[in-house]
Design a protein around this ligand. Structure first.
Ligand code: NAD
Length: 438
C-alpha cells in the first residue's frame, strides 16, 4: 500500500514508521519544515523510545520518506491518514478542528484515483461527515471515502502499543474502505489483534469514551487517596484490593497529582462539550474534568505542609516535569500547575527532567531554574518533590541527598518509595493517599 501521513508529530511519525515497518510505502509530510529537515538529516524531533532505530531502518530501506510536499504525497497514495493536532479551542474547550479541515482541503485538491482518507487524529463525532463534505465541495470529482481510525497508542510505549494494540477500531460508511483498511493492518490482523469495524460516528465516539473512562478511573482513585489520607487508610492497598476484581482491573489505579498530557485533558473537555451540544450531558466527565483541574494546583499544598506550612523564600527541587516518564511531552503536565502554585506562594523552584526541560523552559514561570541532574537540583533545597516517575528517580541515593539538601524532606507524588525506607535516612516523607503506610 502507498500511504501518505499528513502530520508527523507523535502519532503521525510513530504510525508512519510502523506502517513502513509492516512493508508499506509511507510518505510522511508536515507543514513544519524544520521537523522534516531534522527527519531527513536523521534526527528525531521528539523523544520516543525505539523510534530513532525504527525510522532509520525503514528510511534506509526506502519505505519511509519525509517531505513538506503534501500534493505529491497525496497524489501517489492509496490511503491518506490525517494525523494533525486537535488541541482545545481557546475560549470554549471544543476540539479545534481547523488543522483537520485544512488538511482535508489540501487532500481534496491533490487526490488522484480511488483514495481512502483516514482520520487518525482524535476528532469529535461528526467530524468525518464534515471532512467528507469539505472534500466533495473542494473537488467534486474526487473518488474518496472517509474513514475513522482513532489511535490508542501511549507516548513512552508508542511503538509497542502500535504494533501490539488491544484492538484496532475502524469506522466506515462505504464498504469499499473495508478491504483497504484490512490490507493496511494485515500484519496486526494476522497477529490476531482484533480489528473492529463500526460506522464512522461510533468509531469517533469510541476514542473519546475510552479516554474519558480512563481519566475517570484515575480521578476516582485520586479521590479515594484523599479519603485515605483523612481516615488513615492506604490507597495502594485499596487499589490492589479492588483491582484484582476482573470487572474493575488493576490498571490506571495509581493515585497521583492528577492526569495531564496531550490527550486526556483536551479529550475529556471536548467530550463534555459534544455531549452538552447534543443535549445529553455527561455529568460524570464534567465532574472528572473539574476535580482534576483543581487537584493539580492543590498538590502544591502537600509541599507546603511538608515544609512546615510555609514555602516563601524556600527552595523546592522538582524531579520530573513531563506528564509521564519516557516522553518529552509537556502538554498539560501536572508539573506546570504545581510549579506555578509554588512560585505564587513565594518558593524558589529548581527543576530537573531527563527529556522535558527544553519544552518546559518556555512553559514554566520566569525565575524557575533548571539543573542538569537530580542531585544538582536537590543541592541546598528545603524539599525535594518527585512529580514524574522516571526510572532514574526510583533509586535515589538518600544518604547523598541528606548531605547536600538543606532539609531532608521528600514529597513523592507518584508513591514510588516506602516511607520506612526514606525515613531510615532521616527524611520526612509525604506520599499520596498513604498517611501511615509501608
Ligand atoms: P503533534 O502536535 O505532535 O503533531 C501534529 C503535527 O501535524 C505537527 O507536526 C504539525 O506541524 C502537523 N500539521 C498540522 N497541520 C498540518 C497540515 N495541514 N499539513 C501537514 N502537517 C500538519 O500531535 P500528536 O500528539 O501527534 O496528535 C495528533 C492527533 O492524534 C491528535 O488529534 C491527538 O489527540 C491524537 N492522539 C495523540 C496521541 C498522543 O499520545 N500524542 C495518542 C492518540 C491520539
Amino acid at each position: 500500500m502507498r500511504i501518505a501521513m499528513i502530520g508527523s508529530g507523535y502519532v503521525g511519525l510513530v504510525s508512519g514508521a510502523c506502517f513502513a515497518d509492516f512493508g508499506h510505502d509511507v510518505h510522511c509530510v508536515d507543514k513544519a519544515a524544520d521537523k522534516i529537515e531534522a527527519l531527513n538529516a536523521g534526527r528525531i524531533p521528539i523523544y520516543e523510545p525505539g523510534l530513532e532505530e525504527l525510522v532509520e531502518r525503514n528510511a534506509k530501506a526506502g519505505r519511509l520518506v519525509f517531505s513538506t510536499d503534501i500534493p505529491r504525497a497525496v497524489a501517489e497514495a492509496d490511503v491518506v491518514f490525517i494525523a494533525v493536532g486537535t488541541p482545545s479551542r481557546r475560549g470554549d474547550g471544543h476540539a479545534d478542528l481547523s488543522y483537520v479541515y485544512s488538511a482535508a482541503r489540501e487532500i481534496a485538491a491533490s487526490v488522484t484515483g480511488f483514495t481512502v482518507v483516514v482520520t487518525k487524529s482524535t476528532v469529535p463525532v461528526g467530524t468525518g461527515d464534515e471532512v467528507d463534505r469539505i472534500i466533495a465541495e473542494t473537488n467534486p470529482k474526487a473518488d474518496v471515502t472517509v474513514v475513522s481510525n482513532p489511535e490508542f497508542l501511549r507516548e513512552g510505549a508508542a511503538i509497542d502499543d502500535f504494533k501490539r494494540p488491544d484492538r484496532i477500531v475502524v469506522g466506515i460508511e462505504n464498504e469499499r474502505a473495508r478491504p483497504v483498511m484490512e490490507e493496511v493492518y494485515r500484519p496486526l490482523y494476522l497477529n490476531k489483534a482484533p480489528l473492529i469495524f463500526t460506522d464512522r460516528r461510533t468509531s469517533e465516539l469510541i476514542k473519546y469514551a475510552a479516554n474519558a473512562f480512563l481519566a475517570m478511573k484515575i480521578t476516582f482513585i485520586n479521590e479515594i487517596a484523599d479519603l485515605c489520607e483523612q481516615v488513615g487508610a492506604n490507597v495502594q492497598e485499596v487499589a490492589g484490593g479492588i483491582g484484582l476484581d476482573n470487572r474493575i482491573g488493576g490498571k490506571f489505579l495509581h493515585a497521583g497529582p492528577g492526569y495531564g498530557g496531550s490527550c486526556f485533558p483536551k479529550d475529556t473537555l471536548a467530550l463534555v462539550k459534544t455531549a452538552q451540544d447534543a443535549g445529553a450531558p455527561i455529568r460524570l466527565i464534567e465532574t472528572t474534568v473539574a476535580v482534576n483541574d483543581q487537584r493539580k494546583r492543590l498538590m502544591a499544598r502537600k509541599v507546603v505542609a511538608a515544609c512546615g506550612g510555609e514555602v516563601r523564600g524556600k527552595t523546592v527541587a522538582i524531579l520530573g516535569l513531563t506528564f509521564k516518564p519516557n516522553t518529552d511531552d509537556m502538554r498539560d503536565a501536572p508539573s506546570l500547575a504545581i510549579v506555578q502554585a509554588l512560585v505564587d506562594l513565594g518558593a524558589k523552584v529548581k527543576a530537573y527532567d531527563p527529556e522535558g526541560m527544553e519544552h518546559a523552559k518556555g512553559m514554566l514561570p520566569p525565575g524557575v531554574t533548571f539543573a542538569d541532574g537530580p542531585y544538582t537540583a536537590a543541592e541546598g533545597a528545603d524539599a525535594l518533590a518527585i512529580v514524574t516517575e522516571w526510572n532514574q528517580f526510583r533509586a535515589l541515593d538518600f544518604r547523598r541527598l541528606k548531605e547536600i539538601m538543606k532539609a531532608p524532606v521528600l514529597i513523592d507524588f507518584r508513591n514510588i518509595y516506602k516511607r520506612e525506607e526514606v525515613a531510615r535516612h532521616g527524611f520526612t516523607y509525604a506520599g499520596v493517599g498513604r498517611p501511615k503506610d509501608g
